[in-house]
Design a binder for this molecule. Sequence first.
Ligand SMILES: Cc1cc2nc3c(=O)[nH]c(=O)nc-3n(C[C@H](O)[C@H](O)[C@H](O)COP(=O)(O)OP(=O)(O)OC[C@H]3O[C@@H](n4cnc5c(N)ncnc54)[C@H](O)[C@@H]3O)c2cc1C
Length: 405
Amino acid sequence: MQGILLNGQLRLHRNPLFENIDEAMLLWCWPTRLSALRRAWLQANLCKIQEALRARGSDIFVLEPEALPAFIREHQLSALRMASPVAPEEKALAKALGAELAPANRLFDHREAKGSFSQFRKSLKAPSMGRLNALPPTTPIKAPTLTLPPGAFRFDPGEDAANERLLYFRDQLLADYHQSRNGLLGNSFSSQLSVYLGEGILAIDHVWQCLHSAPTGQGRDKLLDELLWREFFQHWLAQQGAKAFAPHASTQTDERLLAWQQGHTGLPLVDAAMRELLATGYISNRARQNVASFLVHDLKQDWRAGADWFERQLLDYDVAANWGNWAYIAGLGASTRPIYFDVAWQSRQHDREASYIKAWLPELGLLPADTIHNLPWLPEQRPEGYPAPVGMADWGFKASDPKRV
Ligand SMILES: Cc1cc2nc3c(=O)[nH]c(=O)nc-3n(C[C@H](O)[C@H](O)[C@H](O)COP(=O)(O)OP(=O)(O)OC[C@H]3O[C@@H](n4cnc5c(N)ncnc54)[C@H](O)[C@@H]3O)c2cc1C
C-alpha cells in the first residue's frame, strides 16, 4: 500500500495528493521548529481533519519526523506521495524517501522568478485551475485518536472554518481591502487567510477562483496581487535553493535579539507587534515589515535569527513567504536594495490614535498618542516598567543607502 504525506496540503477537497488512489495510509509529520502555540494550532487542525476523514472511512497518522522511515518500513508502504517541496531541506527529505511528487499548493507550475515581482507578474497568464474532486482514499488501519488542545485560538481551525472565512472576506471585506490592508488591530483589515494557506487547509486555486469571482474593483485587484506575491516567493525560493538562506553582512546576534523577541525594545510599535506575535501567533503584514526592518537595520542583528523566530511563532508560517520576505527586507532577496521602515514614522502613520500600541502595551495606556509617537522620549516621559530604547539606527533618518518606507 501507498503512503500519502499531507504536509502542505492538509485538506479533503481539491487535493491533488488524492488523485487516482483508492486506498492509502494518510500521514502527517510535525515540523521540526515550532512554538507550543503553533504546535497547538496545527494539532487543532489535525483533529478537525481526522474527524472528517474518519467520517469517510479514512484516517490520519501523525508522526514525529524521525519516526517516518520506521513507519514506512513497519507498514510496508510501497511508495510515498507528497506535495512537491520548494525548500532545500524538504527537497532533500523527499529525495531520501524516494517520494513521488504531486503538485504543491501553487497557482502555476515552474515559473521564472529571477527578476523583480513586476517582471514576474507580467510574465503570468491566467492561473491553472485544478479540477480536482478526488475523494480521500480509505485507510484500513485506525490511527491513534488526536485530542483537541485546550484553549481558544484567534482563528477557527479546520477546512469548514477556512471556507467560511473566505466567503465572509469576499462578501464583506474585499471591496475595501486596498484601504484597510495596512491596518494593525482586529480581524477585519485583511483576509487572514494565510493561516489556512500555510498548511494547505485551503487550496490556493480555490481561493483565487472564489475571490476572482467578486465584482471587480481596487480591493479585489490588490488582493489578487498579494496572492501573486505569495506565488512569486514560492518560485523564487525554488530557484534560489540554499542561497535564499545566505548570511547578511551582519551575522551577529546579541541580547537585543531577545529584547526584540519578547517585545522589550522600548520602541512601542515593535513591542506591541512582538507581544501580539507571542500571544496569538499572528501579526499584520505592516507589523511584520516594521519589526523585521527594525531587527535588521536598526538593531543590526542577523536577519536569519529573525526569520527563524518567525518560523517558530507564526501560525501561518510558510517557508517561501517567510524567508523570502525577510531576505527582501534585508536586501538579499528579490530586491537587492535593503528596505528600511522608519518605525517612528510608520507608527504615527498607521496607528494614529495609538490604539494598537495601547492594546498590547497596557503600561502605555495613560500616555497621549502624540507623546507615544513623538520618539525618542525624554527619560521622564517613560512610564515605569517600560524599557528604554535598545537601539534605533537613526532617529532622524539620512537619505542614505536603504530604501526608506
Ligand atoms: C518578515 C515577513 C515574514 C512573513 N512571513 C510570512 C509567512 O510565514 N507566511 C505567510 O503566509 N506570509 C508571510 N508574510 C507575508 C504577509 O505578511 C502575510 O501573508 C499576511 O500578513 C497574512 O495575512 P493575510 O492572510 O490577512 O494577508 P492579506 O493581506 O489578506 O493577503 C492575502 C494573501 O496574500 C498572500 N500575501 C500577502 N502578502 C504577502 C507577501 N508579502 N508575501 C507573500 N504572500 C503574501 C498571503 O497568502 C495572504 O494570505 C511575511 C511578511 C513579512 C514582511
